[in-house]
Design a protein around this ligand. Structure first.
Ligand SMILES: Cc1cc2nc3c(=O)[nH]c(=O)nc-3n(C[C@H](O)[C@H](O)[C@H](O)COP(=O)(O)OP(=O)(O)OC[C@H]3O[C@@H](n4cnc5c(N)ncnc54)[C@H](O)[C@@H]3O)c2cc1C
Length: 381
């Protein structure tokens, strides 16, 4: 087993990391504590396109870079280290691009091309106020009206929602023998509206409610027929969970680095606090959690790249990475003492952001249930 990066991966990661420090970090620092406007997010997205953020996983024949999942993950991890908020935006762009790649060809020349060139921002609408872990219960409805569809309902927690130009929407659509979950591609100017949601962390990017009040959509905008959307969404989540996990380990890794620096500098009882065994125990636990989760995530991405079924490995890795990030950032806060809770030190920001990743793209409990179901061969949900 070879754990080293290829020469190409090393070059890519190194040049992206240098680009992020030179070009993206200053924008982030200049907007300390503020939500990025749609214009800034678009600008950041466009600048990162040459490094595959958003377009990396789409095949070359469709205008993407055709990257393997591990290489994409390594680059994405670099971005998450600099800004988890911008990383969420890039992740959603990448997911939207993958869905558009599966859409009928007519939308490749329009939406996919524009997304890959940085001219469109998308979002993905699955969750609703009353529907989270159980996607099958989605209530948003698409009703036939001549050649069109009329869409009504409300989506919740939609990343990129506020500055999206289009939404890839999961809705219950009528068909001959009842109704089923279908996928629609809906432009903002067709009539959906959004309102941003305030959160405990990760507030520089948009998480929004999206409203549909009998929005009229041409028949051609159903990009996957009733009955097919649930499976497609579950596959999409399978691919994105390790990336959410890498965001968590990137954040936890930053918290660890800040903690090491602080524990070496801060003196109490005449010596650095890091020279106490209890502080070293925290640092040791933090480092093991970051490193073990990262290895499991990269393994999951490797299996996805090889086309192997890996529900177990993905769920284990996502659970460990996100739960560990909560633990690691809590330890970081403790190591920083009173300073840790002040806005001057970055660990409080990481501490408030970490629990959010245990929820998004499938909660920690849902990962446990997937693991339990596979290992016991007994479904508990
Ligand atoms: C920052 C952020 C960004 C997001 N972005 C998007 C997006 O872009 N698009 C989108 O569609 N959605 C998005 N989501 C929504 C996200 O996918 C859901 O929040 C998530 O699936 C959980 O759904 P819920 O919040 O309704 O929780 P619920 O499903 O109501 O769960 C509440 C609690 O009950 C637990 N629970 C539920 N069922 C069971 C069970 N059977 N056994 C044990 N425990 C159970 C859960 O684990 C959780 O702890 C985002 C969420 C966040 C926080």
């Amino acid at each position: 087993m070879d754990f080293s990066l290829s020469e190409e991966q090393e070059l890519l990661v190194d040049s992206f990391a240098r680009f992020l420090q030179a070009e993206i970090r200053p924008v982030i620092d200049a907007h300390e504590g503020q939500k990025f406007s749609g214009e800034i997010m678009r600008d950041l997205y466009r600048r990162m396109l040459p490094y595959g953020m958003g377009n990396g996983l789409v095949g070359e024949e469709l205008g993407g870079y055709g990257m393997d999942e591990v290489t994409f993950g390594l680059l994405f991890e670099q971005l998450a280290r600099v800004s988890p908020d911008v990383a969420i935006m890039a992740l959603i762009q990448a997911e939207a691009a993958m869905l558009l790649a599966d859409a009928p060809e007519a939308f490749h020349g329009s939406h996919l091309q524009a997304l890959l060139e940085g001219d469109l921002m998308g979002c993905i609408g699955i969750s609703e106020p009353d529907v989270g872990s159980n996607i099958a219960e989605i209530k948003t409805r698409a009703v036939r009206d001549g050649d069109d569809w009329l869409i009504s309902g409300e989506k919740c927690w939609i990343s990129n929602g506020d500055y999206s130009d289009f939404i890839v929407l999961v809705a219950q659509a009528e068909h001959e023998s009842g109704q089923g979950l279908a996928l629609f591609l809906i432009d903002r100017d067709m009539g959906y509206t959004t309102t941003d949601i305030g959160k405990m962390g990760l507030n520089r990017q948009s998480t929004a409610q999206v409203f549909f009040d009998e929005v009229r959509v041409p028949g051609s905008r159903m990009i996957m027929p009733p009955g097919s959307a649930l499976k497609r969404m579950l596959t999409l989540l399978q691919g994105s969970r390790p990336l959410v996990g890498l965001m968590a380990t990137a954040m936890a890794g930053k918290a660890l680095e800040h903690s090491i620096d602080y524990a070496r500098d801060r003196k109490q009882f005449g010596k650095p606090i890091g020279a106490n065994q209890l502080i070293q125990a925290r640092i040791a636990e933090m480092s093991v959690k970051v490193e073990s989760a990262r290895l499991m995530l990269l393994k999951a991405l490797h299996l996805i790249h090889r086309g192997q079924r890996c529900d177990l490995e993905v769920a284990q890795a996502k659970w460990l990475a996100t739960e560990s990030a909560v633990d690691v950032t809590r330890h970081a806060l403790a190591i920083h003492g009173g300073n840790g809770i002040t806005l001057e030190y970055p660990v409080q920001d990481l501490y408030r952001a970490a629990p959010i990743l245990t929820v998004t793209e499938g909660t920690a409990e849902m990962q446990q249930l997937i693991i339990g179901r596979i290992l016991l061969d007994l479904p508990a949900f």
